[in-house]
Design a protein around this ligand. Structure first.
Ligand code: X2X
Length: 356
């Protein structure tokens, strides 16, 4: 009798186990817009590796970099994640902002640049009420968020230059992402913005279709060897590009509570790694120390020296230069604050002030 119960118990366990296991996919697809060697792609790979390791291979996330899952069209990522064509995405606010207007907050020109410590300001938004409002806005539209990360402050690179004042941008053709606030910002500065998907951008730079572009130094500009196309970098910090780790809500609900906790923990580590890659050589040394402590120091640790060694000029804006650009883009902020939500902008201002 005892043996019979034992056998029955075993059978119940087996059935329960296979039912549970059957809910998990063989492979979860994670979308990344730029290449695998970008800081962004490396952060996604770290997340996937940590998850695979800690789940003993039960959760297998595969990173699809270079907009592979998006047929090259970066602004369709949010809808594909929402409808389940993609399981996970490490995504930029810039690419999702056409669907979630609140995500234009960090694309408000010179909004963070005028803060005394721009990284502290970004961290304060992520950790504060305004960050929570951004996440709520995304989740209301049908995507679960499990963490933040960072592409970085977007600096301008051009074939003409150096650029030191707003008038220097007059007539320059600049590649931007297909999100309206970018077009308006560059028009306000007298430039000629051209919307181009990232998947076609480097070919465009090579062919000289545009005179410039804007992307973060460590994560993108250095990894694509921007010096092959542009000789000048303008460090104006005009906007920052935070990243969000999103999951399709049905996929999220299919994970056990223990595995959800595992995923959240791995997302937090990936965030730390991603921020360190983005801020390396631009902070007080904390990013380098962290990367060394986890044995993941990248080849380039001094981004400015790297750009200069490759023949580029780097113009690092003074607070006065930033103030001049801030003034020149006032109309863009005035037009966009009501679209983003005045309450969200106010909450961000309060979060940043509290962290000062
Ligand atoms: O397209 C860009 O510039 C990139 C790669 O930074 C984004 O996806 C926002």
């Amino acid at each position: 009798m005892k043996r019979l119960f034992g056998l029955a118990g075993l059978l119940v366990c087996l059935v329960a186990f296979s039912a549970g296991a059957a809910e998990y996919k063989q492979e979860y697809k994670l979308s990344v817009v730029p290449g695998a060697n970008s800081g962004w792609g490396m952060s996604a790979a770290r997340f996937a590796d940590l998850v695979r390791e800690r789940s003993n291979g039960r959760i297998n996330i595969k990173v699809y970099a270079s907009s592979q899952l998006l047929a090259g069209k970066q602004t369709s990522e949010f809808l594909m994640l929402r409808n389940g064509a993609i399981d996970f995405a490490l995504a930029s606010t810039i690419n999702w902002s056409p669907q979630v207007k609140e995500l234009n907050l960090t694309a408000l020109p010179f909004f963070l640049a005028v803060q005394p410590d721009r990284y502290k300001a970004m961290d304060a938004i992520m950790a504060g009420a305004s960050g929570k409002m951004m996440i709520d806005a995304i989740e209301k539209k049908g995507v679960k968020i499990i963490g933040w990360a960072e592409n970085g402050f977007r600096e301008l690179t051009t074939s003409k230059g150096p650029l030191t004042k707003p008038e220097d941008l007059k007539g320059l053709k600049i590649r931007v992402v297909g999100s309206p606030i970018f077009i308006e910002t560059f028009r306000a500065l007298g430039a000629n913005p051209v919307n181009m998907n990232w998947s076609e951008a480097t070919t465009g730079f090579q062919q000289g279709v545009v005179d410039g572009q804007e992307n973060p130094t460590n994560g993108i500009n250095i990894t694509i060897k921007i010096w092959d196309y542009h000789k000048h970098q303008t460090d104006w910090h005009y906007i920052i590009d935070p990243l969000l780790l999103g999951v399709n809500p049905k996929v999220w609900a299919s994970f056990s509570p223990e595995d959800q906790k595992l995923l959240l923990d791995c997302a937090a580590e990936a965030e730390r790694y991603s921020k360190a890659l983005s801020r390396l050589g631009m902070d007080d040394g904390a990013s380098l120390a962290y990367l060394q402590s986890i044995n993941m120091t990248p080849e380039v640790t001094d981004p400015y020296a790297c750009l200069q060694e490759h023949g580029m000029t780097v113009t690092r804006f003074t607070p006065e230069q930033i103030a001049a650009f801030h003034k020149a883009t006032q109309a863009v902020r005035d037009a966009w604050i009501p679209k983003i939500g005045a309450d969200l902008v106010k909450a961000a201002e309060e979060d940043m002030a509290a962290a000062r």
